[in-house]
Design a protein around this ligand. Structure first.
Ligand SMILES: Nc1ncnc2c1ncn2[C@@H]1O[C@H](COP(=O)(O)OP(=O)(O)OP(=O)(O)O)[C@@H](O)[C@H]1O
Length: 700
């Protein structure tokens, strides 16, 4: 029985076809699996370079282009175009099997052939190795990296990176990527590593397209029957639903004997993996799945993702999405009823009263943070425990006598809380963890955590207690380069043992290579922990999409900067970018509000992200913290000045504590990195006066 496969690029184009053409495409291909090859009128193409390319009639005007393999029964739909264009497109192209990865690839062979003489003319006489772009790379290395004879001949004639850029339009994408990597100075070994996930080590039959299609789940989706076809066509923009990189798929579907995690730079699809894993676990039917994260905004977008993926009500029923605080409150309420929560103001007043009563010279703010970050985080229960507790990341150093005084104040605070029957979010979470730890019937069989880098220790203890220890209990997605809050936990300290069950994703699907490369420079040289006793790395994180470099501009004052912001936003709107696809990020809430006011003043639709109402068709303006987990086609980061980034109040002076100073500074860097990596196509970074010291030097 013939099977239909749909190429990723086709689905993107399908979304832009007129409705009546889309309907016809659906009708034609819905019959595919029970119609015969002949019944579907797959027509051979006269003078085709590759005899396996065929066309199929959609209606009087439109034709589909399909690859029909010599052997096997998978037919791959590549294009739907007006009749003549379809024939011309198909005649020029050939399909092949990449010799390194075994995946299918399509190239414009005619363009390669017509370009060759021109390139050879330009290169003639330039015979020295350093005069050719790939003069230093051996044929053997090229072959090992999957560069085939036709591409190699072209590569050998290149003398200038600009020629390589132009060749992107007609070379097989995977081979072009290899050449691009080599041209940008990567060694063949580094490029080989890049291909890592795609290399299976098998011997590939270059003629077996059927097998190549099956090996290409990142490019081609195989559909089983009309129901699946409708599901693919129903949301053509959500490519992540159906085309997973092999590593993403592996991470989503693997079976593990205990907690496992996926890491990777921004936009590498960690959330996508988390969502697919939720579906896969729900389909296994072993028990309820919790998908969780640290804020309600992120939980809402995860819930929307689960809804998009779940194909049956059973899957939807098996998955609960809620942020950790909500889970904590729910568990707490079931036992104690609603807690009497202290507001931030009331908590400060309580600490102030404690300071007065215990006559200590520590400030209420210091004590409150010490309680949160050391005592609660490490479950310190006695003065002795506290003497031994790690205080990494806590400003001033304390001697034994000072610690005794802090401990006394904390005991007083706890006593006061108990007497008043008062709680904070942290103590609710701690209590919920205690309740669940004591229960044999855990509420979940699997827990999936997104944005794991920002959860505090008590939240981890709650999640650990929410699921029985065992196979596929916890799955953790996160990137410590994007840590923007103070919690620095170690998995081991909170009872989560990953034991090597970790995968790193490298392909960024969100951002252009230019924006990603520039943003990675923001973190250049930073040593960032992996929450598991090692260091995390974004080495090899890359994007396959090319675009414009970020625009960096300094201004004499804020007024001029915000006027420029309004001009840029207007320009984007005029070039058909929807308002909802534009974001503006600032370090402080105040500057974000100023930016929103400047846009409104210029008659442009703008809304503060803190104000909710996500549906509104307006430019989203918010703090860099609020940007976490979001993405925009066009993004402006305003106020990237030396005065705002890093924010002075968020950084402990070096004279007070060098380690904390370094941690705080790194967090501020990460925050700017998070903000900049929300941009999909265009990024503008502006400042007034002196630029932020974090901006890569030599720019702007
Ligand atoms: N296999 C894929 N095919 C197409 N698009 C994908 C794929 N995987 C991810 N994407 C898209 O890339 C973007 C980033 O994905 P996602 O949010 O999962 O990344 P992330 O690693 O969680 O990012 P961050 O850490 O920056 O929040 C999204 O728009 C998503 O739809």
């Amino acid at each position: 029985m013939p099977r239909l496969a749909i190429d990723r690029d086709f689905l993107r184009e399908y979304a832009r076809l007129e409705k009546h053409v889309q309907d016809r495409v659906e009708e034609v291909f819905a019959k595919f699996d029970h119609a015969t090859h002949a019944g579907l009128h797959l027509e051979k193409i006269l003078h085709a370079r590759d005899q396996r390319f065929r066309t199929i009639r959609i209606d009087k005007f439109w034709r589909g282009v399909v690859i029909a393999p010599d052997s096997g029964d998978i037919y791959t739909l590549l294009k739907v175009m007006p009749h003549d264009d379809a024939y011309t497109w198909a005649r020029r192209r050939t399909a092949s099997v990449n010799t390194a990865t075994g995946r299918i690839e399509i190239r414009d062979s005619e363009a390669i052939d017509t370009t060759m003489p021109h390139l050879e003319r330009m290169a003639s006489g330039r015979t020295a190795a350093d005069e050719r772009l790939f003069g230093e790379v051996s044929d053997a290395d090229m072959h090992r990296l999957g560069v085939d004879p036709q591409t190699l001949a072209l590569a050998r004639a290149l003398t200038d990176p600009v020629q390589l850029e132009a060749a992107q339009a007609f070379l097989p994408p995977a081979q072009w990527e290899v050449l691009y990597g080599l041209a940008s100075g990567m060694t063949p070994e580094a490029v080989w590593e890049e291909l890592g996930a795609a290399i299976t080590g098998e011997e590939y039959d270059p003629e077996d397209l059927d097998a190549a299609v099956r090996r290409s789940p990142d490019r081609v989706v195989l559909v089983d029957g009309p129901r699946e076809l409708m599901a693919v066509f129903a949301r053509p923009f959500d490519l992540w639903r159906v085309y997973l990189h092999p590593l993403q798929r592996e991470a989503a579907e693997a079976r593990h004997s205990g907690p496992a995690r996926v890491t990777g730079g921004p936009g590498t699809g960690k959330t996508v993996v988390a969502l697919h894993r939720a579906r896969a676990l729900a389909e296994r039917g072993e028990g309820p799945v919790l998908v969780t994260t640290f804020t309600s905004t992120l939980a809402e977008s995860l819930a929307a993702g689960v809804k998009v993926l779940a194909e049956t009500p059973e899957v939807l029923d098996a998955v609960t999405v809620e942020h950790v605080d909500r889970l904590a409150h729910r568990v707490f309420r079931e036992v104690h009823g609603p807690p009497r929560l202290l507001s931030g103001h009331q908590e400060r007043e309580m600490w102030t009263a404690v300071v007065e009563r215990t006559d200590t010279d520590f400030s209420p703010a210091f004590l409150s943070e010490e309680w949160r970050q050391v005592i609660l985080a490490q479950q310190v229960e006695s003065a002795d425990d506290y003497l031994r507790a790690k205080r990494t990341g806590r400003g001033r150093r304390l001697g034994a006598a000072q610690k005794a005084r802090v401990w006394q104040a904390v005991c007083e605070f706890r006593r006061e809380m108990r007497e008043q029957g008062a709680w904070t979010h942290e103590t609710v979470c701690e209590e919920a963890a205690r309740i669940l730890a004591g229960r044999d019937d855990k509420p979940y069989r699997h827990v999936i955590v997104d944005e794991a880098q920002d959860l505090s220790a008590e939240k981890w203890r709650l999640l650990r207690a929410a699921v029985p220890a065992g196979p596929d209990d916890l799955f953790i997605a996160g990137d410590t380069h994007q840590r923007i809050y103070q919690h620095r936990i170690s998995f081991r300290d909170v009872g989560v043992h990953i034991a090597g069950r970790s995968r790193r994703l490298r392909v960024n699907y969100r951002t252009t290579a230019e924006i990603l490369g520039w943003s990675l420079e923001l973190l250049h040289g930073e040593r960032i922990d992996d929450m598991d006793g090692g260091l995390e790395s974004v080495a090899g994180c890359r994007s396959e999409v090319r675009g414009f470099p970020p625009q960096l501009t300094g201004f004499a004052n804020r007024r001029a900067e915000l006027r420029h912001l309004a001009d840029s936003v207007r320009e984007w709107l005029d070039s058909d970018v929807e308002a909802a696809e534009i974001g503006v990020a600032a370090r402080s809430n105040r500057l974000a509000q100023e930016a929103a006011d400047a846009l409104a003043g210029a008659g442009l639709p703008a809304r503060m992200l803190s104000g909710g109402q996500a549906e509104e068709d307006a430019v989203s303006v918010g703090t860099m913290h609020r940007m976490k987990g979001l993405e925009f086609r066009c993004l402006a980061v305003v106020g990237a000045d030396a005065d705002q980034v890093p924010a002075a109040k968020a950084v402990t002076p070096e004279s007070e504590d060098a380690t904390t100073h370094a941690h705080d500074t790194q967090r501020e860097r990460c925050l700017l990195f998070v903000a900049c990596t929300r941009a999909r196509e265009l990024l503008n970074v502006t400042w007034q006066g002196e630029p932020s010291p974090f901006l890569p030097s030599g720019e702007g």
